[in-house]
Design a protein around this ligand. Structure first.
Ligand SMILES: N[C@@H](CCC(=O)N[C@@H](CS)C(=O)NCC(=O)O)C(=O)O
Length: 214
């Protein structure tokens, strides 16, 4: 399998965690998203993903885009260890937490959105950071409440084993730290991430451990 990835991309970070959890030895294809390079806008990469976004996964002659589609594809292909619990209601709870990150936090804080705030909209760096931290705080507050209710051991977002919700929270908290968001109000999320980040599948997926880390 080949994963189109960028070390700092939190969506690619999710896919890397999922590949590691499934024990898949994948080939990373690094796509430099820095504005000066913008390899994701090259004709070569747009032929892989017309959206110009990472991650993208190639396997058996097909390409899958969107981290959630990639992660579910891996889970269906390799069911062990499962990323979702068994019962429909538990699965719904886990998906809801993952989607809070995927739909309600990350798309508002993606690099192309932040760039658009700078130009053409003309906001300065303070305003961009205020925007970023606002959407992080709004999303993490609801995730803190969800995790408090649903964690079984304060080491996982749901129950006592790794699920999709864990794959989504770790990259989001990593970014929140990178942008110096105040994480004091989220003790449950901090405790959960401290545990998850100690697991090899998560530790191997961090930006600093990637071949393109600058
Ligand atoms: N919903 C997509 C989001 C993918 C995405 O936004 N990737 C970012 C990196 S985290 C990207 O490629 N950004 C390029 C850009 O903003 O121009 C997914 O989950 O895969």
């Amino acid at each position: 399998m080949k994963l189109f990835t960028y070390f700092r991309s939190s969506a690619a970070f999710r896919a890397r965690i999922a590949l590691n959890l499934k024990g898949i030895d994948y080939e990373p294809a690094c796509v430099d998203l820095r504005p000066a390079v913008a390899a994701h806008r090259s004709a070569e990469f747009l032929a892989v993903n017309p959206q110009g976004l990472v991650p993208a996964l190639q396997h058996d002659g097909i390409t899958v885009t969107q981290s959630l589609a990639i992660i579910e594809y891996l889970d269906e292909l390799y069911p062990q260890p499962p990323f979702l619990p068994a019962s429909p209601v538990d699965r719904a709870h886990v998906r809801a937490m993952a989607l809070t990150v995927a739909c309600d936090i990350h798309p508002l804080n993606n690099s192309r959105v932040l760039s658009y705030l700078r130009a053409p909209l003309g906001h300065d760096e303070d305003a961009v950071n205020t925007w970023y931290r606002h959407w992080i705080a709004t999303g993490l507050q609801s995730l803190e409440e969800g995790a408090e209710r649903l964690t079984g051991d304060r080491r996982h977002m749901f129950g006592k084993s790794v699920t999709l919700a864990d794959i989504y929270i770790v990259p989001q908290m990593y970014n929140a730290r990178r942008f110096k968001c105040d994480l004091d109000p989220y003790p449950t999320l901090r405790a959960i991430c401290a545990h998850l980040e100690s697991l090899p599948a998560f530790a191997k997926a961090v930006p600093e451990a990637q071949p393109d880390a600058g």
